[in-house]
Design a protein around this ligand. Structure first.
Ligand code: NAD
Length: 245
């Protein structure tokens, strides 16, 4: 479904991002994964090699537009274009507001929102040159209902939806589609890091009766990146088993 497409996936070293790398490779894309550190990027690349999947990896600081521009320049030099950008890197929060520092709040906004702005800004000129492109963001079900603690996380994901909807309108004249996937509770390290007492009761309330698998989310990205979604832009696609937590 993605033969000949050049795809960048941030947060591609584990969880939803790593599974998306695999699904995109299975569909014949050229995939470049981004992670936060050299070691985790190298580890992901060698794990993928064991499964006969060749990918490139980079670890620019997503807070630093200059570092991002340098890496994007290298990618353009090597591949000549970028067809799909998946802004997936993210961190969560679960503390009460009284226990959250303004630095912690800013850290979440920096990665979950500002990094999407920085990455998108760096890639858009090349997509405009090609007169096509796809930008996909990882939102969350908490972008619809909020959550009872860790306010920075839902606040950041509401902002992801705002970026998605606004940029879809700004970039549509250049045939650049912008959509988001809003996962429910998905089996990754992010969920493993949350207290069991918080997660287990939530899973029991999911109408489809199970936690989401990273592949459920990766398949939604595949659909939205592909030509099957050629008339879809500005959408926030919930992939959550009808969870309403
Ligand atoms: P994860 O913790 O397994 O992976 C997070 C990824 O983000 C890693 O690849 C990591 O390298 C990258 N990352 C973390 N900090 C970074 C930094 N400072 N700079 C660059 N990259 C950094 O999490 P996941 O569950 O796979 O989450 C992926 C996305 O899905 C996130 O945006 C998250 O908010 C969203 N999401 C997850 C769930 C869930 O239940 N797991 C639900 C809804 C949304």
């Amino acid at each position: 479904m993605l033969e000949g497409k050049v795809v960048i996936i941030t947060g591609g070293t584990r969880g939803i991002g790593l599974e998306t790398v695999k699904v995109f490779k299975e569909n014949k894309a050229e995939v470049i994964l981004f992670g936060s550190r050299k070691e985790t990027v190298e580890e992901a690349i060698s794990k993928l090699k064991e499964e006969n999947m060749e990918v490139k990896g980079y670890y620019p600081n997503l807070d630093n537009p200059e570092e991002i521009n340098k890496v994007i320049g290298e990618i353009i030099k090597e591949y000549g274009k970028i067809d799909v950008l998946i802004n997936n890197a993210g961190i969560s929060a679960n503390k009460k507001i009284e226990d959250t520092t303004s630095e912690e709040f800013a850290k979440i906004m920096n990665l979950n929102v500002n990094a999407i702005f920085n990455m998108t800004k760096a890639v858009v000129p090349y997509m405009k040159q090609n007169n096509e492109g796809v930008i996909l963001n990882t939102s969350s079900m908490v972008s619809i209902y909020g959550q009872p603690s860790g306010v920075g996380y839902p606040a950041s994901k509401f902002a992801v939806n705002g970026l998605t909807k606004s940029l879809s309108r700004e970039l549509a004249p250049f045939h650049i589609r912008v959509n988001a996937v809003a996962p429910g509770i998905t089996k990754t390290d992010m969920v493993a890091a949350l207290p069991k007492e918080m997660i287990e009761p939530l899973i029991k309330t999911i109408p489809l009766g199970r936690i989401g698998e990273p592949r459920d989310i990766a398949n939604a990205f595949l659909f939205l990146a592909s030509d099957l979604a050629s008339y879809i832009t500005g959408e926030i696609l919930s992939v959550d088993g009808a969870a309403r937590c």
